[in-house]
Ligand binder design. Structure first.
Ligand code: SF4
Ligand code: SF4
Length: 163
């Protein structure tokens, strides 16, 4: 996808977090904790691999993943300015309607672990919600980005079904 749009989307969220204080202190950064196999994972947006690569992360293809199917795994710590866009928008996730209009809602994967859900969407920083929406709108304005978001949403809805 258009590299400039992806960089712009990342820049919108680079210095924003869901709360004014580090919400990782509330929960022990549960969304960054490794899985049973010792690693956590997040899918990369198309062309994002060069923007996130670092010695703290592994990037590998995953069958059935969205877009290029690349997943970044880490051990719960990262170089903050290189964290994936998927981490930047969490606990939100994009929804795209048939016309390509984007809205944001809580990610189903946040439900069992993220304490921020208790206060609803309005409990998150308004500028974070707005930047997350604008970032996903930028992605959706690119044809490859839009296709990626639709696949991302389909995968996320499978979690919705399971949880
Ligand atoms: S699980 Fe929720 S509260 Fe905890 S670090 Fe992640 S986004 Fe913040
Ligand atoms: S890349 Fe960073 S923000 Fe994303 S899961 Fe790993 S430690 Fe957390």
């Amino acid at each position: 996808m258009d590299r400039t749009k992806l960089l712009q989307a990342r820049a919108l969220l680079e210095n924003l977090t869901p709360m004014y204080r580090d919400c990782g202190h509330i929960c022990g950064a549960l969304c960054c904790q490794p899985d049973e196999d010792g690693k956590g994972g997040v899918f990369l947006f198309p062309g994002e691999e060069d923007m996130v690569r670092g010695d703290w992360a592994e990037i590998s293809p995953v069958e059935g993943g969205p877009g290029e199917g690349l997943m970044l795994t880490c051990a719960g710590q990262c170089q903050r300015d290189r964290r994936p866009l998927g981490c930047m928008i969490f606990p939100l996730t994009p929804e795209v309607d048939e016309e390509g209009h984007v809205s944001m809602r809580f990610d189903a994967r946040a439900r069992p672990l993220c304490p921020l859900l208790r206060n609803g969407l309005m409990g998150l920083r308004q500028d974070f919600r707005q930047a997350a929406l604008e970032a996903m709108e930028l992605i959706a304005s690119d044809p490859e980005g839009l296709a990626f978001l639709r696949e991302w949403e389909a995968i996320e809805r499978q979690y919705d079904f399971k949880l």
